[in-house]
Design a protein around this ligand. Structure first.
Ligand code: HEC
Ligand code: HEC
Length: 238
């Protein structure tokens, strides 16, 4: 039989445990926080099992191509880009252009400042994401971005200095079991041959994973290995 006293004890215990649990669930390394933040940046609502808001994001331009698509215009990547450079990067022109700047200038910025910015009414994520989610986003932004211009040639969209032969070996041993040698698996996924039309998105997903899927986040790979793999992807059939 559980006495009131024991129950009180349990309550205090769980308070203490609650504290130590919240400490132990935050990993001692930051790579998983960067990767999770990167996936939230990609499609936060898929990560937390929520549906997209049904109103347009307050900062999205009313004349933008995706104004009537909250499932797009609430994604961080829609305004700030897969290359993190917003209007200075791949979203300078074309249907995703909004004129909004990137997040690259916020690399190294204090995490609390980033969280405050995301919670402010303009961004409006305070009632949508948990503190842990916002922290992961901040970790990705202040410490997890890569300068994609070092790996992808902006004009040709080709990986810079990739070794296709090495890339084929990496791909066939690390990716093919899920994606098929021809890069057309799983069923329903746009083939890698086609996806390489947007190498920045591919690089973001290789490093951080694909939201709500079994795709591992491969941040641990040397960047050169990622570039070699992307070079191989360009040789795969569309
Ligand atoms: C609908 C468009 C839109 C979406 C979606 C959006 N932002 Fe922003 N973001 C903006 C605008 C506009 C600014 C302000 C840019 C300026 O100061 O000129 C901004 C600024 C920022 C900055 C500061 C950049 C700097 O250099 O000062 C960060 C960091 C940022 N956003 C992160 C995010 C994250 C993370 C998400 C997703 C959770 C997100 N944003 C979603 C429009 C958006
Ligand atoms: C354990 C299985 C697994 C492994 C290993 C794996 N992936 Fe994935 N990957 C997935 C799944 C599942 C998806 C989601 C597919 C979809 O969107 O339909 C995915 C998605 C992706 C995407 C985004 C696709 C899209 O539709 O936007 C890219 C890019 C990608 N993987 C590249 C790679 C590369 C390159 C490797 C090897 C270095 C790799 N993956 C290894 C399972 C895996």
């Amino acid at each position: 039989m559980t006495t009131k006293f024991q129950m009180l004890g349990l309550g205090v215990m769980s308070l203490v445990l609650g504290v130590s649990l919240s400490v132990s669930t935050a990993y001692a390394e930051t790579e998983s926080s960067k990767a999770r933040g990167g996936q939230l940046y990609d499609k936060w609502y898929a990560m937390i099992g929520a549906s997209a808001p049904d109103n347009m994001h307050p900062l999205y331009p009313a004349n933008g191509k995706y104004a009537s698509k909250p499932q797009s215009n609430w994604r961080c990547k829609e305004c700030h880009g897969w290359d993190y450079q917003g209007a200075n990067g791949a979203y300078k022109s074309g249907k995703h252009a909004t004129g909004i700047k990137g997040i690259d200038g916020a690399a190294g910025r204090n995490a609390d400042e980033i969280v405050a910015l995301l919670k402010a009414p303009e961004h409006g994520y305070g009632d949508k994401l948990s503190d842990a989610d916002l922290q992961d986003l901040a970790t990705f932004i202040n410490a997890g971005q890569v300068n994609m211009d070092n790996y992808v040639d902006r004009a040709s969209k080709k990986p810079l200095g990739g070794d296709m032969a090495k890339g084929a070996a990496y791909y066939n041993t690390m990716c093919a079991q899920c994606h098929g040698r021809d890069g057309k698996q799983p069923k329903g996924m746009k083939s890698f041959g086609k996806q390489m039309g947007n190498p920045w998105e591919v690089m973001h997903k290789i490093l951080n994973g694909q939201p709500d899927s079994d795709m591992p986040a491969l941040r641990a790979l040397e960047r050169q290995v990622v570039v070699d793999i992307m070079s191989h992807l360009t040789t795969l059939p569309e």
